[in-house]
Design a protein around this ligand. Structure first.
Ligand SMILES: Nc1ncnc2c1ncn2[C@@H]1O[C@H](COP(=O)(O)OP(=O)(O)OP(=O)(O)O)[C@@H](O)[C@H]1O
Ligand SMILES: [Mg+2]
Length: 228
């Protein structure tokens, strides 16, 4: 099976005044279509940093990421936007839902973001149907009019996953999707991810919880800036 996403020789450091924090030190990583990979590592080991680079939300200092054989840093601006918006779905560590929008609008946002005004008028009805079906699937049919602050943590996380899936991404990147939840709610979220993967969704999930990680097919450990 060929690699969907492949990172080679990634370096990333942050400068804080005089000190330089080296987070990634020549890191290699890859994921194949259909895999469910968990990345584990201690707090501060660079898991979020890596995931942001894989999703083109940040750039490495050196090294490269290839998606289906093409280097992200060679993408033209339009291609990069398309990659971020259509090819990957990102579930953030702290949800990042918009409190001004209700649940349905939050989920529809990625579809809106990729359309021109005219395009959106044409696609809006289909997008709404798709957003509603995702929310139904995740047990949120009776919450679509709620604002994020009117939801529980587990519900917010499910909305964030629905939003990440809105544009049918090839790859789902999830940063600690169970991190802020009690273990029962976390297990529910994991069940959602397992079901998606059974339907063919490729997933890379970051977690600091070994028990959660064991439920993925492949567990990869990040320490000292590398995969160990
Ligand atoms: N924008 C930034 N500026 C400076 N330092 C940063 C920045 N982002 C991250 N760091 C530092 O880089 C290191 C790795 O951070 P990162 O968020 O990737 O860790 P993590 O493995 O996701 O941790 P956690 O499990 O706590 O979420 C940390 O020491 C952090 O302080
Ligand atoms: Mg993190």
């Amino acid at each position: 099976m060929s690699e969907m996403l492949k990172a080679s020789g990634l370096f990333k450091s942050y400068k804080m005044g005089q000190t330089k924090i080296e987070v990634l030190k020549c890191l290699d990583f890859s994921v194949r279509a259909g895999q469910f990979v968990a990345i584990v590592g201690a707090s501060g080991s660079g898991k979020s940093t890596l995931l942001h680079i894989l999703g083109a939300l940040d750039e490495p200092d050196a090294g490269s990421v290839q998606f289906e054989g093409k280097r992200l840093d060679k993408f033209r601006a339009g291609e990069l936007n398309r990659f971020r918006n259509k090819m990957v779905g990102f579930v953030f560590q702290f949800y990042h839902l918009l409190d001004e929008l209700n649940v349905l609008e939050n989920v529809m946002l990625p579809a809106m973001a990729q359309s021109s005004t005219i395009g959106w008028l044409r696609r809006r009805i289909g997008a709404k149907k798709h957003a509603k079906s995702l929310l139904e699937r995740f047990g949120l049919a009776d919450r679509i009019g709620h604002k994020p602050y009117q939801l529980s943590g587990g519900e917010r996380q499910r909305v964030a996953i629905a939003r990440a899936l809105m544009n049918k991404p090839a790859l789902l990147l999830a940063d600690e999707p169970t991190g802020n939840l009690d273990s029962e709610t976390g297990n529910g979220i994991l069940g959602v991810l397992e079901e998606l993967n059974n339907d063919g969704q490729t997933i890379v999930m970051v977690t600091h919880d070994d028990r959660i990680a064991q439920r993925a097919h492949n567990v990869i450990r990040l320490a000292d800036g590398k995969i160990v």
